[in-house]
Each structure stands twice: as C-alpha cells, then as structure tokens.
Design a protein around this ligand. Structure first.
Ligand code: GLC
Length: 553
C-alpha cells in the first residue's frame, strides 16, 4: 500500500484519544459528565488534532468496574444522556472530521444484566448456556487472577442454582460464553447496532479471555474474531477492531490473523510500552530498542497502537521482578502508588516528577514510534492523579478545563488532585495562552506527525546512536525518510548517526528551526539537549530545505 492511500487505512496514522464521558465535561450541572458536555468540547479536540475518539463504556451499569460491567448493550447510561444526545454528538464529531470507536466489553456482563439474572434463575433456563458453569471447577492458577486485591478465584458459587460460574475479572462480572452460537449472534447484533449509529469500530476489551474461556471450547477460537471482522467489513468497509491483547510478541500475531490480517485491525503494544518505561527509568534506550527490533511486523493493513499510559494500572506484568522494582523505585516508590504488585496507579507527569522537558520528550517519543498513538484524556495538559481515590480510579479524574476545574457547574462526581497538579496549576485555559505549554507541544507534535505518515507506517529501522541514552530511528516510505532522535538522559549529548543512502541530504528539523547536512560518507552529527528530541525530514541535496519541512501528498 502506498502512502497515497492513507485515507483508506485512516487508522494507521490516526490520533486516537480515549475518554470517559462521565469525567470529561458535564453539560447539565449534575456533577456527572455527559454527551451534551462532550459535544460542546468537540472543537477543542479537533483543534488539538484528534482524528478518532475512543469512548470508554457509556452503557447502563451498576458502575462497580467504572462501566466495564454492563446491564444493557443497546442504550446509553441515563446519567450520561440519551440515545438522542449520543446521535447529536456523533453528528458533531463527524462534522469536524472525527471518527468514533467505542469499548466493546463482551467477555462478560454485569451480574445484574437481565441475561445473567435469567441464566442463574434455574439450571433449565433458556439462557443458562449464555454463561460458563461448572460443578467441579479446575483449581485456580494464581497467575490468572487479574485483580488479586479483590479476588482469589475465577469461579464463584451460585447458591441458587448450585453451580459455579466463571468470572475472569470481578465476581460481579460473569463471563459470557461465546462457545454458544446464540451469544456470538447477539454480539454481532451489538456491533451492528452501534455501527448503524455511526461508529467506525471498537476497542475490544480483554480479547484473549473472550475467545479462550468458553464452553464448549471453540475448536478455532480465532475463527470467532475473523467472523466479527468479516461482519464488520460487510457492514462498513474501513471499520476497525482495536484489541486489548496483553500477550508476549510471539503469541500476538494470530490475533491480527497471521498473514491475512483478517481479525483485529490493531493491537496495543503492551510490550513496547513496558520497555519504554524501563528505558526511561534507566535513562538507557536499550530495552526499548530491543523491543522495537523484536516486535513482529503486523500483516498488511494492520497496525500497532502505541501508548505510554492508559485508563488502567500501568501494568509491568511482562517485565521481570527486578525490572519492575527498578521502575517502582524511579517512578512510584510509595506503596500507595503501586497496585496489584505489578503496576502503578499514577499518570505520566507525576511519575516524571513534573519535569516539563522530560514529559515533552516522552510524548515526542510516543508520537514518533512506529504505530498509531493512543492518548488518555488530560495527557495533553499533563494532568496528575488522585491517590486518595480507590485503585485504578486514581487516574480517572475529572478533566481540568480551567483554574476552578471547569468540569461541572455542580458538585463533581469525582475529586480532582490537590497540590501542584490541581486545576489551578494544570488546566486547558491557561495552556492555550502559553506558547511553551504541554498543550501547545502536543498540537505541534500532532501536526508534524500527521504531515509525516512515514512515522506511523513506514519501514522503521532502529539506528546505532553510539550512546546508550539515545534512541535513534528512521522511517522510510515511498522514497521519503524521517529521522528521529531522543535523549533519555538529563545531560546534553552529541550523537553521530550513519544514514545509509542519504549522503549529502539536508535534514530539516520538523519541531524547531534548524537544518543539518548529512556528509558525503552518510554520517551526520546531531546535538541533543538534556531530554532533547528531534525529528528531521531528509531531502535531496538540490531541494531547498524549507521546501522539505512539509511533504505534500
Ligand atoms: C479491561 C479494561 C479494564 C476492565 C477489565 C474488565 O482490562 O481495560 O478497565 O476492568 O477489562 O472489563
């Protein structure tokens, strides 16, 4: 596929912005965010450069897992608005050229979902087989317990009907049984419903659990993903499934559909993310460089989704215990900053000690790594966390629009942080007026990233920078090249890079002013400040560098 067709594979260089309607903006003053409030802020998101919104679950819920426990898949939680409000929001987002995807949480339902209420009512219930039951469950493997602070088994005994039901997550989230064709049909109907209302796809929750924990076991668990993808494509070409698949690289390719790419369109790069944190903790790019080199190439039309922080704990589960400890020491030494023994419940800016230079470098890295960047609301202004909130809720705080908060006219549903990350110190309104703010940096990064699709989906080569603290890589596509260099340590460094095939070329800095020249023997000296980041576009010796800063398509 040539870069000319970027709009066909729009997700390959999208800017995905994850938000929770509940905490983004309250439009009616009841203290809870809603679709009307979100709709008012669409222009903010579009000016930031967001091209795709990912909505966390907005369906009716008892809210015991922040909406990941659903009681009705076919409407909007009344606290967040009505289906009418949803459609008005969709229309506004589309008018500003933004696509919308939503969380698809069908590994389980809430135990209050009418399906489960019916299924547990009797062993003869027509919906009994919509869930997974056992008289004699296998003993638990402790490494399979996702929330070890609250659960010690994935089976719960149901007194009423005298059997155990499976719950991969909390006990109030019984697993749906996709081994049952009726359940698979119903899931397709859910997809179809929201597609008809304009969605461009889904972020698929907990994918490995969804296809593996079923009864009877599916002969070909991946066939179900392929069926979903085929269904989606029949309904609307170009729609995506973005999968939460936290497995080692060697097990991941089947989720894309091996060579076919006919299952998930994108998968989050959990391994790259964890190694990026290890690299930052050590001020040594080696772990990240290794991950990028080892990462399998997704099939054509598929893509990696890159992130540094998401709405959950910052999981470090794929690192060794020693590596986890290094990261804890560097970025979350206190016990109340850690969670489940394998992660952190802080946002990025607090972990980096509020050091703006370092924070800017981290996000420059995110936007330049090969893949599609996914950001969590509030990252663009450097919001912190509220450690007084329970568990993962620490990072799910109300969006900080102004000095006084600006999230609601009423009493906010959740508390904002105090101290140096409180709304009077960190907010959108102030940063809009400040040319050196993180918000402005995000806008610049996004503008340059969108102008340089080579970054997201060109051929990426990690270069030898000669300095452990420096990650250098180049992205080539269609004869165009972007070279990117990041310094993970707090002292200035000059690196010498060998750039094959670029002898005599100009390197035009895309972030600040400046041009470098590659020597006749392919090398270039790049000066980097402490936590410095530089993005360059290469242009032939006879092209004036100023014409090369934007590659027109
Ligand atoms: C996923 C979500 C998480 C949720 C869990 C159960 O891991 O990211 O927030 O609690 O699934 O649905």
């Amino acid at each position: 596929m040539r870069l000319t067709y970027t709009s066909d594979v729009w997700y390959k260089n999208a800017v995905v912005y994850c938000l929770d309607v509940e905490t983004f903006k309250d439009g009616d003053g009841d203290g809870v965010g809603d679709f009307r409030g979100l709709t008012q802020q669409i222009d903010y998101l579009s000016r930031l450069g967001v091209t795709c919104l990912w909505l966390m679950p907005f369906f009716p819920t008892p809210n015991r897992d922040d909406g990941y426990d659903i009681t009705d898949f076919y409407t909007v939680d009344p606290r967040l608005g009505t289906l009418g409000d949803f459609v008005e929001f969709m229309r506004t987002a589309h008018d500003r050229g933004m696509r919308v995807i939503a969380d698809l949480v069908v590994n389980h339902t809430s135990d209050q979902h009418p399906w489960f209420v019916e299924a547990r009512s009797s062993r003869d219930s027509p919906l009994r087989d919509w869930y997974v039951w056992s008289d004699t469950p296998e003993p638990d493997d402790p490494s399979q317990i996702v929330f070890p602070d609250k659960e010690d088994s994935v089976w719960e005994y149901d007194e009423g009907s005298g059997q155990y039901y499976l719950h991969s997550f909390y006990r109030h989230q019984p697993d749906l049984n996709v081994g049952n064709p009726e359940v698979r049909d119903e899931i397709a109907r859910i997809l179809g419903f929201w597609m008809e209302l304009g969605l461009s796809g889904f972020r698929v929750d907990a994918v490995p659990f969804l296809i593996e924990n079923v009864e009877p076991r599916l002969a070909e668990p991946h066939e179900f993903l392929a069926d979903l993808r085929a269904f989606l494509t029949r309904r609307k070409g170009g729609s995506v499934l973005l999968g939460e698949v936290n497995v080692p690289y060697e097990d991941l390719l089947p989720y894309f559909g091996e060579g076919l790419g006919d299952q998930l369109t994108m998968c989050f790069d959990f391994i790259g993310m964890q190694n990026a944190w290890l690299a930052m903790a050590r001020a040594d790019a080696t772990p990240l460089a290794r991950a990028l080199r080892e990462r399998p190439k997704p099939p054509q039309d598929c893509q990696w989704a890159m992130f540094l922080r998401n709405h959950d704990e910052l999981t470090l589960d794929k690192l060794t215990e020693e590596e986890q400890q290094e990261i804890f020491e560097a970025f979350g030494p206190r016990e109340d900053m850690q969670i489940y023994g394998r992660g952190l419940r802080r946002r990025l800016p607090t972990m980096l000690g509020g050091d703006l230079r370092r924070i800017k470098m981290a996000y420059s890295l995110l936007f330049s790594l090969p893949g599609t960047p996914v950001i969590f609301y509030g990252e663009e202004i450097g919001m912190g966390e509220n450690l007084d909130a329970e568990g993962r809720m620490a990072v799910r705080i109300p969006m900080q629009w102004s000095e006084t908060g600006g999230f609601t006219q009423g009493e906010p549903v959740r508390e904002v942080p105090e101290g140096s990350f409180a709304p009077d110190r960190v907010n959108v309104a102030d940063q809009k007026r400040d040319p050196d703010s993180l918000l402005r940096w995000f806008q610049l990064l996004i503008e340059r990233y969108r102008e340089s699709p080579e970054l997201a989906w060109g051929d990426c080569t990690v270069l030898d920078s000669g300095h452990r603290s420096v990650l250098a890589h180049r992205c080539d596509a269609d004869g165009a090249t972007v070279v990117v260099v990041h310094n993970l340590c707090d002292t200035a460094v000059d690196v010498s890079l060998a750039l094959e095939g670029l002898a005599g070329c100009h390197l035009t800095d895309l972030l600040v002013d400046g041009t470098l020249r590659v020597s006749g023997d392919d090398t270039v000296e790049v000066p980097l400040g402490p936590h410095g980041s530089r993005w360059f576009r290469a242009s032939a010796p006879d092209v004036p560098p100023e014409d090369a800063s934007v590659k027109s398509r």
